[in-house]
Design a protein around this ligand. Structure first.
Ligand SMILES: Cc1cc2nc3c(=O)[nH]c(=O)nc-3n(C[C@H](O)[C@H](O)[C@H](O)COP(=O)(O)OP(=O)(O)OC[C@H]3O[C@@H](n4cnc5c(N)ncnc54)[C@H](O)[C@@H]3O)c2cc1C
Length: 447
């Protein structure tokens, strides 16, 4: 009988199953494909890449590259298979998608302690340690069970992501700190970007002229999709003043530079505990990413903004993790239930692998009587796990690896490239130290 059940043989589930099996657990991995498929997958292979064949930058001083390097050092199955099937892609790690997914499948099938069951899981096992890694397109039967477990208000089916900006790149000589009508703590909880009538009109025209990203067929066909959260460009198309009466309303705000109420205001809300990131309130959008950067920089105070995430809308099943998960990726209400992958909010292919690795290691530690571990937030793996377990639960959205999630380096480094190199060096040093203190073997021996 298995020690651990892993549900979902995607990027996260394959990694979790491997990590736990490498540490001695007998694992049953449930993957419903090819018997039952999702609207995005086309093969029966494990770890199928549903869209791009690029796993992002491979450079250690870039956030996705650092995340891969940490995973390599921790013996990640998926990153090893990606390295083995890489195709030329400059500084990025791109793979031959067929060969990559086949390699992951072969290694999982060949592992003596993993049993692969091609079956849909329709319930959450109660008598067995479990990792749930069913991804953004979790089957309906299991999604219903998850909604029953977490409360349906804590399980989302659509992303309507607003862009996120690095605090340091906001021009605070223009933006002012205040909450509407002076509510909230101290100086005010929001950074406000004030707009004159002319600035507002220019911004709305740019929004209306911009190109939007195409929706996938299964998203276009779903009538609930756009009801989830209207994008700013759709609101803008409803009338010249629609935004000024909606998310950009200036009521209760006075610009200290002029002593008057601006014509419109874009509000920025703190997005992480360290206050290094701010999101644009109510700014979910489906504009093409290249258009977003250009248009968002028309907002006064954001002319030089550095965005760690741009807005997007797509179908995505995910939990309100800050309310439900610990940084160990354990479910708060049940110690032997773990979540991994996109469903936790660790966004993207490699973000999903990272949370799969953490869940697999922690499931094995728990089974072996060792306490599960939370990686330090100065590592990219830890920064992601801390973000999903401690971000503001209101409006929580998945997050990709980025340096803004990490505590600032001390002393501060002004040059961006040098700063990123310093983050990366600190992360790898801290990972090595952490591994020693919690008895984690870096690069575990292959079976
Ligand atoms: C359409 C789409 C395109 C994307 N494109 C990209 C991209 O280009 N780059 C990027 O970085 N990220 C992309 N993502 C986001 C994310 O990185 C991927 O979805 C990634 O595959 C998530 O990994 P995962 O392991 O969490 O889920 P998945 O890789 O989807 O794995 C989940 C697995 O669980 C299985 N499953 C579901 N329900 C059950 C069940 N009840 N029982 C058994 N098995 C089940 C599924 O068949 C699937 O194999 C995209 C997401 C979507 C939806």
């Amino acid at each position: 009988m298995a020690d651990l059940v892993v549900i979902g043989g995607g990027l996260a589930g394959s990694e979790a199953a491997w990590q736990a099996a490498q540490r001695g657990l007998a694992v049953t991995l449930f993957e419903m494909r090819p018997e039952k498929t999702t609207p995005a997958h086309v093969t029966g292979n494990l770890a199928e890449l549903v869209c791009s064949n690029s796993l992002g930058s491979n450079l250690v001083d870039r956030a996705p590259g650092l995340l891969k390097e940490e995973l390599r050092r921790l013996g990640s199955l998926v990153v090893d298979c990606a390295d083995a099937t890489a195709v030329p892609a400059g500084g990025a790690l791109a793979v031959d998608r067929e060969a990559f997914a086949q390699e992951v499948t072969n290694r999982i099938e060949g592992h003596p302690r993993i049993e692969l069951r091609r079956e849909q899981a329709t319930a959450i096992p109660e008598d067995r340690a479990t990792v749930i890694a069913t991804g953004p397109l979790t089957s309906e039967a299991l999604a219903n069970k998850l909604a029953a477990l977490t409360g349906s208000e804590h399980l989302y089916f659509y992303d309507a992501m607003a862009p996120i900006v690095v605090a340091d790149s906001i021009d605070t000589s223009i933006c002012f700190r205040a909450s509407r009508y002076g509510h909230g703590e101290g100086e005010g909880d929001y950074l406000n970007c004030p707009m004159t009538r002319e600035e507002y009109d220019r911004f709305v025209s740019a929004l209306l002229e911009a190109e939007t990203a195409p929706l996938r067929e299964f998203e276009r066909e779903d009538p609930q999709f756009f009801e989830a959260c209207l994008p700013v460009e759709v609101l803008a198309s409803r009338g010249q003043k629609a935004l000024a009466y909606g998310p950009l309303k200036p009521v209760g705000l006075t610009d200290p530079r002029t002593g008057t109420r601006p014509y419109a205001v874009v509000q920025l809300r703190q997005d992480n505990q360290a206050a290094t990131l701010y999101n644009l309130v109510g700014f979910q959008t489906n504009l093409r990413w290249s258009e977003q950067e250009r248009i968002l920089r028309l907002i006064p105070g954001l002319e030089e903004a550095e965005f760690v995430r741009l807005g997007q809308m797509h179908r995505n099943t995910f939990l309100n993790s800050p309310l439900l998960l610990r940084p160990t990726l354990q479910y708060r209400g049940r110690d032997d239930l773990f979540f991994a992958g996109q469903i936790t909010g660790t966004e993207g292919y490699i973000g999903s692998v990272a949370s799969g690795l953490v869940a697999g290691i922690n499931a094995a530690r728990q089974a072996g009587g060792q306490p599960p571990v939370a990686f330090p937030s100065s590592t990219m793996i830890g920064a992601l796990c801390h973000y999903v377990s401690s971000a503001d639960p209101e409006g929580f959205q998945p997050m990709k690896a980025n340096f803004g999630l990490m505590p600032p380096v001390v002393p501060p480094v002004r040059n961006k490239r040098e700063r990123y190199a310093a983050y990366a060096q600190r992360a790898l040093d801290d990972l090595a130290r952490f591994a020693t203190t919690v008895d984690l073997v870096l690069v575990p021996p292959l079976v």
